[in-house]
Structures are given as structure tokens and as C-alpha cells.
Design a protein around this ligand. Structure first.
Ligand code: F6P
Length: 326
């Protein structure tokens, strides 16, 4: 295996808080370990357009506290084609990059796996997504911050919901996974979480809410995970309204607000540890693995596993939401 001298780093897909902390950790650990570092702008698109910059220790100064990503991000359709990847490989070689660190979610790491297999490039991935839906890691970079954002927003909604004695349906992100909705519901004392992994009967949900109001609860909050399987908050509110017209209900979609903001300490520490672990992995000769965290330990998860297996939610937490909202 040829010796690695220069490491390229990119962020891809949806941004997530603490991606900057990860970029900082990768850059500084790599420089400390004797590598040069290049930043690729706008994810895989930057490899195709050749937008590549030098990364120095100062390039990543003062970014640990910033949301978003200084390298920008994109979802590249061209990189999904063999022709696009051929151009990307050419540009990578031209820039002298021998190995890549890819920070992103499921789609980005799937792209990394194909690229690594086609061109025999050492690539290490970091799980960067608010959705927490990657197999092989207990948590992903950005998830904790998004969860805290949901908590702050729902706490505020609770104030107005209680004042008006209303029912709120709050839609949260998560693509096809219910981690944000389920754990958001536990953290906010929501009355229910509607998630793609567990089917919800509208009449049971309506009864649960009606019961709460009967027992003198003065508000009700239902977190709904965005997904074709749940239909989202708007559709769920409509369905409940049809059968339970007595509720004064409102819908709030939190949307991209969940992706922004200064990362929590937990996310900053996770991203810093994972960034350093990615460089260690390359130095140990690891390739085509995602860095994960399991029981507080850094682990290597082959791309094939991380991107093809489903990470299951803890179904007991679904029960917990019900019990605690009595
Ligand atoms: O994967 C992160 C995520 O925020 C999902 O939760 C959401 O479904 C999607 O990205 C939104 O993507 P976009 O920013 O392209 O609208």
C-alpha cells in the first residue's frame, strides 16, 4: 500500500451541527501526525469541479462553536454516475490527495463506499447527520444538538399550548427514522410520538389525548416524525380532527431550524474524538470504514454494514412515552 502523504476532507449531504468540530479535529490531528490536508468544497461536487483548498491549523480556528460547515455541502447527482466519479478521481490525484475523510450521512457514505471500491482509495467516514440513522454507532454527529433544539422549541410550544388548552402536532426531521421524534418526546414530556417504525391507530391516539384532557391536562403535544409512513404532522392532524373535532389543534413544522445552531458540548466532544479517530484509522491501515461510537468506545464499522443495515429504535422507549404521559 502506498504511503499516505496528503488527506482530503469533505462534508456531504445535509449539514449537521458539529461538522465544523469534526473538520477541525481531522485537520489538526492530521497536521500533528505529519500529513498535509486539503479541503474539498461542496462535498463530492467539489471533487468534480476541482474546488480544493489548502487546510492549515489556522483555517480551522474559531469554528468549533459554529453550526453548518465551513467546507459547504451539497448532494451531487453527478457523483452518482461512473463518469462523474472518474472526473472526481482525476481531480483528486491532480491535487495530490491520497486518502479521503468523508463526513456525512447514509447517502454520502454509500457514495464513499462505491468510490473506494472503484478506485482502491483509502476512505474513512464520519457519521454526520442529525437523523442518527446510521447502523453501527450509538449516535451521530449533530443528533444531540438537533434533539436539544427540538426540546427548546417544544418547551416554548408547551407554554402557548397550555395557555390556550390546545393540542399541538409538531413535525420533526429524521428522514425515515424516528430517533428524533421518540427521544424528543421523552425529553419534552410529549403525550405521544408518531414514528415510522411503530404503527399508530388514530382512534387510540385520539382517545389518549381525550383522556388527558378529561384528567385535567391543559395541553397535549404529539411529535410526528417526517416520513411517508407517518404522513407528517399536517396529515396526522387532519386525520385526528376528522374523528375528534372537539380538539382545538395546531400544527408546527420545525423544519431546517433543527439543522442549525451552535453544537452542544456532547456533539463537539463526539466530533473531536471521531475526527481524531479517523486519522488514527488511516495510520493503522484501515480503509472503507466509518468511525462509530459504541458504549463510549470508538469503533470501526465497514461501510457496507453502516450503509446497508437498519439501526433499530428502542421500542421500550415507545412504551415509556405512553407511561410517562399518563
Ligand atoms: O438527513 C438530514 C435531513 O435533515 C433529514 O432529516 C431531512 O429529511 C432531509 O435532510 C432534508 O433535506 P434537505 O435539506 O435537502 O431539504
Amino acid at each position: 500500500m502506498a504511503r499516505i502523504k496528503c488527506i482530503g476532507i469533505l462534508t456531504s449531504g445535509g449539514d449537521a451541527p458539529a461538522m465544523n468540530a469534526a473538520i477541525r479535529a481531522v485537520t489538526r490531528t492530521a497536521i500533528y501526525s505529519g500529513f498535509t490536508v486539503k479541503g474539498i468544497m461542496r462535498g463530492y461536487r467539489g471533487l468534480i469541479t476541482g474546488e480544493i483548498i489548502d487546510m492549515k491549523t489556522q483555517t480551522v480556528s474559531n469554528i468549533i462553536q459554529q453550526g453548518g460547515t465551513i467546507l459547504k455541502t451539497a448532494r451531487s447527482t453527478e457523483f452518482k454516475t461512473p463518469e462523474g466519479r472518474a472526473i472526481a478521481y482525476e481531480n483528486m490525484k491532480k491535487a495530490g490527495i491520497d486518502a479521503l475523510i468523508v463526513i456525512g450521512g447514509d447517502g454520502s457514505l454509500s457514495g464513499a463506499r462505491i468510490f473506494a471500491e472503484e478506485y482502491d482509495i483509502p476512505i474513512v467516514g464520519l457519521p454526520g447527520t442529525i437523523d442518527n440513522d446510521l447502523y453501527g454507532t450509538d449516535t451521530t454527529i449533530g443528533y444531540d444538538t438537533a434533539l436539544n433544539t427540538i426540546m427548546e422549541c417544544v418547551d416554548k410550544l408547551r407554554d402557548t399550548a397550555s395557555s390556550h388548552e390546545r393540542l399541538f402536532f409538531v413535525e420533526v426531521m429524521g428522514r425515515n427514522a424516528g430517533f428524533l421524534a421518540l427521544n424528543g418526546a421523552i425529553a419534552t414530556g410529549s403525550e405521544a410520538a408518531i414514528i415510522p417504525e411503530i404503527a399508530t391507530e388514530v382512534d387510540q391516539l385520539g382517545e389518549l389525548i381525550a383522556n388527558g384532557f378529561r384528567k385535567s391536562k391543559n395541553s397535549s403535544i404529539v411529535l410526528v416524525a417526517e416520513s411517508p409512513l407517518t404522513g407528517g404532522a399536517m396529515a396526522m392532524a387532519e386525520r385526528v380532527k376528522k374523528e375528534f373535532p372537539q380538539f382545538d389543534s395546531r400544527v408546527t413544522i420545525l423544519g431546517h431550524i433543527q439543522r442549525g445552531g451552535s453544537p452542544t458540548a456532547t456533539d463537539r466532544i463526539l466530533a473531536s474524538r471521531m475526527g481524531a479517530a479517523a486519522i488514527k484509522a488511516l495510520m493503522e491501515g484501515q480503509r472503507n470504514v466509518m468511525i462509530g461510537i459504541r458504549d463510549r468506545e470508538m469503533v470501526y464499522v465497514p461501510f457496507a454494514k453502516a450503509t446497508s443495515r437498519t439501526k433499530h429504535i428502542d421500542r421500550e422507549n415507545g412504551e415509556l412515552v405512553k407511561i410517562l404521559s399518563m
